[in-house]
Design a binder for this molecule. Structure first.
Ligand SMILES: Cc1cc2nc3c(=O)[nH]c(=O)nc-3n(C[C@H](O)[C@H](O)[C@H](O)COP(=O)(O)OP(=O)(O)OC[C@H]3O[C@@H](n4cnc5c(N)ncnc54)[C@H](O)[C@@H]3O)c2cc1C
Length: 470
């Protein structure tokens, strides 16, 4: 029998497996995907958010604990557990040494990735290289990995883990870490969570999934149905407006279109619906998926003119291009008369001061609803470009409730030997909203805690926390 069974094969699972093995446990990791698709959403990542009190190799200046915490409080509107959030924040001060020991390399922030040089450490080679490094390290240390191994149920006894089931096969272990992602790839569940809107549409039918197709939430649902305590709202997620031509799964970061704050965004009726210049793009990109999801047909159109070119990361798919605004409307399939009215109203409302995309500048609209509060320049310089955008789900926030030991709870009582990490519990820290790079901070912190606790539970029969924090 293995000491520790880890279910999942992304960042959180690999951190758990490595940590358990470092403490002497025998470890088996079960990943539902084939080897060539391993690494879940983690293979698409680029960086993690780190606190630091002074410049640290790839990170400039300082990003102290309290600033990190205030940023998180701001985006979540208070829907976060302060003790768990601070645990994550503090651990990011030192986790990179451990990551490096397992083969992860870092590089400075990319140009064009606005405002992240201070806060986010980028993985050399991206998340794919990180996953490959962890898998190599796991193999070297003797962690066993099985691919094509989707676990569909757990055998539990009074909240304790007994065995996992893959079809008819039973895999027993002394303790277990579940790190099998959210339910973002389960389109039926998304449909249920979002329901039907006033127009009778099912918004989730028009969502695209930015990452893996394997995060179907099978174990999340199974555990909640088995009495595990849940946290979070199933309709809350990280959701970005992405190119409508993106594939249904695994489009990754190259399907993002980052020009919204440089122009205007229209819905299917050629009407604006939100302030495109509300705040810096890294603080706002993750709200536009949800905003587009609330529009008719769940589609939006980002419109820019030639002045915006060179001011944002060029998207992989070229935009629709036209020499007149009328032609652009026609090419995009929008009502040309309404489109022209919206653009003309916007152009007339622009009060242009000193345009500067690196600060919250004074270019704004007057007498327009909704206002554009920064970077408002008239759309008057051909050629004009338009991008059709759809909601792109990154990951869902419904998860399992944990304590600081990453123990799964049943009726308020922590399990003795079942632990959880990553997206499956991120909702404890992220009730809504998002801070770029915190997904990997949560997964790395709780993956390492869960692996350590699982190794201890396997050795002593008790993780030492059963009654500690009830
Ligand atoms: C395009 C994109 C870019 C992103 N960029 C960043 C970034 O730069 N920084 C950041 O912090 N976050 C980023 N994120 C979010 C980040 O990917 C997640 O927060 C993080 O990877 C979650 O790690 P995880 O291990 O919990 O999940 P995953 O990495 O998704 O791993 C879950 C694994 O579980 C497996 N699995 C699922 N069900 C089962 C089952 N029943 N049995 C066995 N295995 C199962 C899946 O195959 C998968 O490998 C990004 C996400 C996407 C989609």
């Amino acid at each position: 029998m293995y000491d520790v069974l880890v279910i999942g094969g992304g960042n959180a699972a690999l951190c758990a497996a490595l940590s358990a093995r470092e403490r002497g446990a025998s470890v088996l990791l079960l990943e539902s995907s084939p080897r060539e698709w391993r690494g879940g959403n983690s293979q698409h990542t680029r960086n993690l958010r780190c606190m630091h009190d002074a410049p640290q190799e790839v990170l400039v200046d300082a990003y102290p604990e309290d600033e990190y915490w205030r940023d998180l409080l701001g985006v979540t509107g208070g829907l976060t557990d302060e003790a768990l959030a601070r645990l994550v924040i503090r651990s990011t001060a030192s986790c990179r040494d451990w990551m490096r020991r397992h083969g992860v390399h870092f590089q400075p922030s990319l140009s064009g990735a606005l405002h992240t040089a201070r806060t986010n450490a980028f993985f050399m080679g991206g998340g794919k290289a990180l996953v490959n490094a962890y898998c190599r390290s796991a193999a070297r240390l003797g962690v066993e990995i099985r691919y094509d191994a989707p676990v569909d149920a757990l055998e539990l006894c009074d909240g304790d883990f007994v065995a996992a089931r893959i079809g008819d096969e039973r895999v027993a272990a002394r303790s277990c870490v579940v790190a099998a992602g959210g339910f973002e790839s389960n389109r039926e569940w998304l449909r249920d969570a979002w329901g039907q809107n006033e127009q009778g549409e099912w918004p989730a039918d028009n969502f695209l999934i930015r990452g893996t197709r394997f995060n179907r939430g099978v174990l999340l649902k199974h555990l909640i149905d088995s009495g595990a305590d849940a946290i979070g709202d199933p309709s809350q997620s990280h959701c970005v407006a992405i190119d409508a031509r993106a594939p249904l799964y695994d489009g990754g970061i190259c399907t993002r279109v980052d020009c919204v704050s440089l122009g205007i965004m229209l819905n299917r009726n050629a009407e604006r619906f939100y302030d495109e210049g509300e705040d810096f793009w890294p603080k706002r990109y993750a709200i536009w998926g949800r905003l587009v999801a609330k529009q008719p047909g769940q589609i939006g159109y980002a419109i820019i003119d030639a002045k915006a070119i060179g001011r944002f990361m060029p998207p992989v798919f070229p935009g629709i291009r036209a020499n007149t605004l009328n032609d652009l409307a026609r090419e995009l399939g929008l009502d040309a008369a309404r489109f022209m009215r919206t653009v003309n109203d916007y152009n007339a409302a622009c009060r242009v001061g000193r345009f500067d995309h690196t600060v919250l500048d004074d270019c704004h609209t007057e007498g327009l609803s909704p206002a554009k509060t920064h970077w408002a320049l008239p759309l008057d310089t051909p050629p004009f470009y338009g991008y059709a955008l759809r909601p792109g789900i990154t990951f869902t926030y419904l998860g399992l409730k944990v304590n600081g030991h990453a123990a799964v709870h049943f009726g308020g009582r922590p399990s003795r030997n079942l632990f959880v990490a990553g997206e499956m519990m991120a909702g404890n820290v992220l009730g809504k909203g998002y801070l770029a790079g915190i997904g990997m901070s949560i997964g790395t912190t709780f993956g390492r805690i869960a692996g350590t606790q699982a190794a201890q539970a396997a050795r002593t029969g008790n993780a030492g926390n059963r009654y500690a924090d009830e």
